[in-house]
Design a protein around this ligand. Structure first.
Ligand code: WTA
Length: 660
C-alpha cells in the first residue's frame, strides 16, 4: 500500500447514540426499508449501492413527475460526461411548484418568510408561489431572456430569491446565484464568466438591525460586464438607490404588469438548471453546472431520506441560497416534496441570541438543518438562550459544511434536540448536488462521524494507487459510480472539469471521481472526514480558495505578493491569515495591514475578510514558483514543516512568523 495511505487515525470516540424507536419507525427511509423487506440498514444500503441504476430509477419515479418518461436511465458511454434520464422531458419548476399549486397542497404554506426586523413576516402558499414565479418568469421574458440565457441572482434571503430562481428554471434560463456576502469584484468575475443577460438584485437588506445597501455593488460590478442588458432591483429596504435609465428596473414594476400564468418549458433532463461558482485551487472560481433531471430527483430523495422531511413537518435549513446548501435544501429539495420551510433573512443573533430558537418555537420547526460554525457560536454563548424557548417540536437535527466536532454534537443534541433527536451530519459538496455520506434516522450515531455512504452511492476511500484502503486507514474520498445530481461540467470549460475531478485515477480506474477530501473508516466502518486535500478554506462553513484571497490582496497597489492560510478557529473552523510582501520602498505599517484586509473585503466581500495580516520578506516557493502554503501554515502554527528540499528558497521558511 502506498505510503500516503498510512495516515491511519485512531478514533477515540466510543459513545453511540440510538435514536428513539418512534422517530425511527416514523422515518421515510425506515418505511421504505420495511416495504422492500430488507432486514437491516446495512443490507439496504449495500443493495441500493450495488443496484444504483435501478435505485435511482425508482427515486426518479417516486420523487419527480415527467412530462415524458425517459427511455434510458443512465448513459455512461462518454465517461466522465455522464447523462441521466435520456429521452425524458421534465422541468424542476414544475416539480417544485406547478404540481403542488394544482393539487390539494394549493393552500399549503411553502415558505414562512421571516424578515430580520422583528414582526416582518409573511406566509407564502404554493399557489401564491406559483403565481409569483409565473409573473417573474413573464417579466424575465419581457426583458428578452430566453432558454439557455444566464441570469445572475444577487439577492439576500427574501422571497424574491427562490421566486427568481424558479422563474429562470420555468423558462429554461440558467440561474447563477452569487452570495450577497461577495462584493463587486466577486460579483463581476461571476457575471462576466457566465455572460449573464440580466442581474437581479435588491436595493439593500437588513443585517443586525440596520438596512445595508446592495445595489451599489451591482453598479460597480456591471460597469465592465457588457453582456448585462438589465438590472432588476427588488425594493426591500427603501434606501435611496440610483437607477440607470434604460438598464435598471424595479422588480415590483416589472412583475406588476405581467400575467400570473406562464407556460413551463418542457426540457431535456440534461438541460442546464444552474451554474454555481465555487472555489477551487486557483484564483478563478469554477462554474459548476447542474441539470434539470438530476436536480428534480436527488435533492428531494435526500431531503426525504436523510433529513426525513415529511408532509406535516416544518423544515428549516438555515443556509443562504447563495451556496449549494440553499439551492438543494432551501429551494429544490423541500419544494419538490411539497414541504413547508422557513426562509429567514437575517443574522442568528439579532435582536439577540434567542432569535433562531424563537423562530423554531413560533413555527414549530420539526426538522432543523444548520452548520457547525453556528452551533459552536451558540455553544459559546451558553445554554441559557435555547433554554428560554420550548423546542419540543424538534424531531430531527442536521449539520453540514465542515466537521461537526463531538463537543458541538453533544451540545446540539442536548440543548436543541432534547437529548433524543438524531443529528444527521451530512457530507457533500457543490459538485455532488445532494448528500452523499450521512446517517439515516435509524443509524446508531457516533458524535463526529458522518456514518456511511447513502443508498445509491458507491463512495470509497482510495490510496494513491486506487486501492480501497482497509478500515483504520485514511485516503481520498472517491465516487466509483455516477449519480443524478452530479456536476455536469464547468461552464465553458469541460477540459478543466475532467482534469480536476477525474484525472487522478484515470489510468487505473477511469470514471473515478476525486472529491478533494480525505477520510478514514473506524473498526466499525464509520466514516470520519479529515479535511481537504487541496488549498480550499472553510471559513464559517463558506468555501473560499486561498488563491482567490491572495489575488485580491495582490491587487492592492502596495502589495507585491501574498500567501494565505487558514488558522484553526474554535467557532468558525478556520479564519483567514495573509502573509504579505510589500513592494519595493513601501513602509510596513500597522495601518497598511488594516488597509490590505479592508481591500480584500472590498474586492471579494466580507466573507473573505482576513482576520490578520503579517508582513514577510519572502514566502516559500517551489522551483516553478508555486507558493507552498502547506509549509507556510506549518511554520506559522509551530508545527513540523517537513521536507523542504523541493523549495527554491528554503531560507524563506524562517521568515514566516509564529502566529499564536
Ligand atoms: C466540506 C457544502 C466535514 C468538505 C455542502 C467538502 C464537510 C466541502 C461536511 C464542500 C461534513 C461538507 N463534514 N466536512 N458534514 N460537509 N464538508 O461545496 O471539505 O461549499 O469538500 O458544499 O465542505 O463545500 P461546499
Amino acid at each position: 500500500m502506498a505510503e500516503t495511505a498510512k495516515t491511519a487515525v485512531l478514533q477515540e470516540e466510543t459513545r453511540i447514540f440510538n435514536t428513539p424507536q418512534w422517530i425511527i419507525e416514523h422515518s421515510n427511509s425506515f418505511q421504505w426499508m420495511k416495504k422492500k423487506g430488507f432486514k437491516t440498514e446495512m443490507e439496504m444500503r449495500a443493495w441500493c449501492s450495488e443496484n444504483y441504476v435501478d435505485f435511482w430509477d425508482e427515486m426518479a419515479q417516486s420523487y419527480a413527475d415527467w412530462y415524458k418518461p425517459y427511455d434510458q436511465i443512465l448513459d455512461d458511454s462518454k465517461n466522465p460526461y455522464f447523462k441521466w434520464f435520456l429521452g425524458g422531458k421534465i422541468n424542476v419548476a414544475y416539480n417544485a411548484v406547478d404540481r403542488h399549486a394544482k393539487s390539494w397542497r394549493k393552500n399549503k404554506v411553502a415558505y414562512y418568510f421571516e424578515g430580520e426586523p422583528v414582526g416582518d413576516k409573511k406566509a407564502i402558499t404554493y399557489y401564491e408561489l406559483y403565481r409569483a414565479v409565473n409573473k417573474m418568469a413573464n417579466g424575465l421574458k419581457s426583458l428578452g431572456v430566453e432558454k439557455g440565457d444566464r441570469v445572475s441572482v444577487y439577492l439576500p434571503m427574501i422571497p424574491e430569491l427562490p421566486i427568481t430562481m424558479l422563474a429562470c428554471a420555468k423558462i429554461g434560463a440558467i440561474h447563477s446565484v452569487v452570495f450577497s456576502g461577495f462584493s463587486a469584484g466577486g460579483l463581476n468575475s461571476r457575471v462576466t464568466d457566465a455572460e449573464s443577460k440580466v442581474v437581479v438584485t435588491s436595493d439593500g437588506f437588513y443585517r443586525r438591525g440596520k438596512p445595508l445597501p446592495l445595489k451599489p455593488n451591482v453598479d460597480t460590478a456591471v460597469q465592465d460586464a457588457p453582456s448585462v442588458k438589465n438590472v432588476v432591483v427588488v425594493k426591500r429596504t427603501g434606501v435611496a438607490t440610483d437607477m440607470v435609465e434604460g438598464r435598471d428596473i424595479w422588480y415590483q414594476d416589472l412583475v406588476a404588469a405581467q400575467s400570473d400564468e406562464c407556460v413551463t418549458e418542457e426540457l431535456d433532463p440534461e438541460d442546464r438548471l444552474f451554474i454555481l461558482y465555487t472555489s477551487g485551487t486557483t484564483g478563478k472560481p469554477k462554474g459548476i453546472e447542474h441539470a434539470h433531471g438530476g436536480y428534480s430527483v436527488a435533492p428531494a430523495y435526500t431531503t426525504a431520506w436523510a433529513l426525513d422531511v415529511q408532509e406535516d413537518d416544518v423544515f428549516w435549513c438555515t443556509a443562504d441560497a447563495g451556496w449549494i446548501t440553499g439551492h438543494s435544501y432551501v429551494i429544490y429539495g423541500p419544494l419538490c416534496l411539497g414541504a413547508t420551510s422557513i426562509l429567514y433573512e437575517g443574522s442568528p443573533d439579532f435582536p439577540n441570541l434567542g432569535r433562531w430558537w424563537s423562530i423554531i418555537e413560533e413555527y414549530g420547526v420539526s426538522v432543523f438543518y444548520t452548520a457547525p460554525t453556528a452551533i459552536r457560536m451558540f455553544m459559546k454563548a451558553g445554554d441559557q438562550w435555547p433554554a428560554k424557548y420550548n423546542l419540543k417540536c424538534v424531531r430531527i437535527l442536521a449539520s453540514v459544511g465542515e466537521p461537526l466536532n463531538p463537543e458541538a454534537y453533544m451540545w446540539f443534541r442536548k440543548n436543541i434536540g432534547a437529548d433524543q433527536a438524531p443529528i444527521i451530519d451530512t457530507w457533500w459538496q457543490t459538485e455532488t448536488g445532494c448528500h452523499v455520506i450521512a446517517p439515516l434516522p435509524m443509524t446508531p450515531e457516533k458524535p463526529g462521524s458522518v456514518a456511511f455512504p447513502l443508498p445509491g452511492f458507491n463512495t470509497d476511500i482510495f490510496d494513491e494507487e486506487a486501492n480501497s484502503v482497509p478500515l483504520g486507514y485514511g485516503g481520498n474520498i472517491v465516487q466509483k459510480t455516477p449519480w443524478p445530481s452530479m456536476l455536469r461540467a464547468f461552464y465553458k470549460d469541460e477540459i478543466r472539469y475532467k482534469k480536476e475531478y477525474w484525472e487522478m485515477y484515470w489510468d487505473v480506474k477511469p470514471g473515478t471521481y476525486l472529491a478533494g477530501d480525505k477520510a478514514t473508516r473506524d473498526k466499525d466502518g464509520y466514516w470520519w472526514i479529515q479535511g481537504r486535500i487541496d488549498d480550499v478554506l472553510k471559513v464559517a462553513g463558506h468555501r473560499i480558495s486561498n488563491a482567490e484571497v491572495e489575488s485580491a490582496a495582490v491587487s492592492h497597489p502596495k502589495v507585491a505578493e501574498a500567501a494565505v492560510i487558514g488558522k484553526p478557529d474554535e467557532v468558525k473552523g478556520e479564519t483567514i491569515v495573509a502573509f504579505v510582501i510589500v513592494k519595493e520602498g513601501v513602509e510596513e505599517t500597522e495601518d497598511l495591514k488594516k488597509e490590505v484586509a479592508k481591500h480584500v473585503r472590498t474586492v471579494l466581500g466580507p466573507v473573505a475578510y482576513p482576520e490578520s495580516v503579517y508582513f514577510v520578506k519572502d514566502v516559500p516557493k517551489t522551483r516553478s514558483g508555486k507558493i507552498m502554503r502547506r509549509v507556510v501554515k506549518a511554520k506559522a502554527l509551530g508545527k513540523p514543516v517537513g521536507d523542504t528540499s523541493a523549495l527554491a528558497n528554503p531560507e524563506s521558511v524562517e521568515m514566516i512568523p509564529l502566529i499564536g
